[in-house]
Write a protein that binds this ligand. Structure first.
Ligand SMILES: NC(=O)C1=CN([C@@H]2O[C@H](COP(=O)(O)OP(=O)(O)OC[C@H]3O[C@@H](n4cnc5c(N)ncnc54)[C@H](OP(=O)(O)O)[C@@H]3O)[C@@H](O)[C@H]2O)C=CC1
Ligand SMILES: CC(=O)N[C@@H](CCC(=O)OP(=O)(O)O)C(=O)O
Length: 346
């Protein structure tokens, strides 16, 4: 059995991860940590886990945590996974970070967008960006996996086939994303206050969101040239899910049917990517509770633009589900181990 620890088990991403790990046949949950709830059982904080997870939450003690686990998942606010990364490296264990600390290859870019000092730049070079559909071979041998952000997951998977095949103008990409409120975490804030989010729909982080450099980094690598994007996130009055509508100017005349075929070939054999038939469109409800990313491709012949729609559950393919998928890749397990379920509907 693989001994796993979850640091930040009482956040939305961490708790979803614990739910998945509890059903994973190759995993033993060894350590769960929380700042606020240390000393309580996990099911006292999350009643949906009663009878499923019987584990007392612990305060974080990094050397002890790392010595007791084969692999550690960090689901913490950015900046807090770095010291754990150092200890994991020292002791030859493995780390899957659900936050942003190891995603950006250029530490200066991290520091300027996150306004946080990076204290583990030596680890960044060896960290692998944990999008298995694009980086599976590197993830297999990796020590530190940087689990992608929720918005980047949907956006990158939506654009990858177009960029890898040089089919769009790399300066015309617009990513318009709508997220459920769980994307902002469990902590109380004005942003997620009931009366601020119910019957309300608002943009935020316009032209300044931290996921912009992450999306550009990965798309540039795929395209082999610098790619720039306009990315605008929105908060919608729902709990889970991200729907992204992506526009770009085609450089070749291709139909929706031809592009859909191309997407199907690109993602052939990918268990969690569903390329929908022409005329069928992704929705957040169709992916809620599953590790799927649903994609559709449409062409507007009037404007010469391609319109890609991408839907994920931010807590599954956008966080905990993708983290378990990465664990499976790292340990040579079938990629859907512990993830072999459809979504919930309605
Ligand atoms: N929510 C989402 O959809 C996604 C989140 N992520 C990323 O995952 C990470 C966690 O996000 P999320 O679960 O939403 O956040 P939450 O705010 O819901 O949870 C944060 C967790 O971190 C713990 N924590 C906070 N500060 C510290 C600290 N200083 N030391 C130790 N533990 C601490 C909290 O403990 P306590 O409960 O005791 O306060 C809690 O368990 C973030 O980096 C986020 O950006 C990535 C993709 C999607
Ligand atoms: C709705 C909402 O607030 N979403 C979060 C994205 C969560 C996430 O993936 O953030 P990390 O990159 O830090 O992991 C946000 O916009 O900050």
């Amino acid at each position: 059995m693989i001994k796993v620890g979850v640091v930040g088990a009482t956040g939305y991403a961490g708790a979803e991860l614990v739910r998945l790990l509890a059903g994973h046949p190759e995993v033993e949950i060894t350590v769960l940590t929380s700042q606020t709830y240390a000393g309580k059982n996990m099911w006292e904080v999350f009643p949906h886990l009663y009878g499923m997870v019987d584990k007392t939450l612990e305060e974080l003690n990094i050397p002890e945590l790392v010595s007791r686990c084969d692999v550690i998942f960090t689901a913490l606010p950015h900046g807090h996974a770095m010291p754990i990364g150092h200890e994991v490296m020292r002791r030859g264990r493995r780390l899957i970070d659900l936050g942003a600390d190891f995603r950006l290859k250029d530490v200066d870019v991290y520091q300027s967008w996150y306004k946080t000092e990076h204290t583990a730049s030596v680890l960044v070079a060896s960290a692998v960006y944990g999008l298995p559909e694009l980086h599976r071979d590197e993830i297999k041998g990796s020590v530190i996996v940087a689990n992608p952000g929720c918005y980047p997951t949907g956006a990158i998977l939506g654009l990858a086939p177009l960029l890898a095949n040089k089919l769009i103008d790399t300066e015309t990409i617009i990513i318009d994303s709508k997220s459920g409120v769980s994307g902002a975490g469990r902590g109380l804030s004005l942003k997620t206050h009931f009366s601020e989010t119910t019957e309300n729909f608002q943009a935020y982080g316009v032209a300044t969101h931290r996921h912009t450099p992450e999306i550009e980094q990965e798309l540039s690598e795929l395209a082999g040239v610098p790619v720039i994007v306009n990315f605008t996130p929105h908060l919608t009055p729902m709990v889970r899910g991200i729907l992204s509508t992506i526009y770009a100017k085609l450089t070749t005349d291709m139909s929706a049917e031809e592009l859909t075929d191309l997407y199907r070939r690109f993602y052939h054999g990918e268990r969690f990517i569903r390329v929908l038939p022409v005329g069928m469109y992704p929705s957040t409800k169709a992916v809620a509770g599953s590790n799927h990313c649903d994609l559709s491709v449409t062409v507007d012949p009037r404007t010469g633009r391609v319109i890609v729609l991408s839907a994920i559950d931010n807590l599954l393919k956008g966080a905990a589900g993708q983290a378990v998928q990465n664990l499976n890749v790292m340990f040579g397990l079938p990629e859907d181990t512990g993830l072999n379920f459809a979504g919930m509907y309605p």
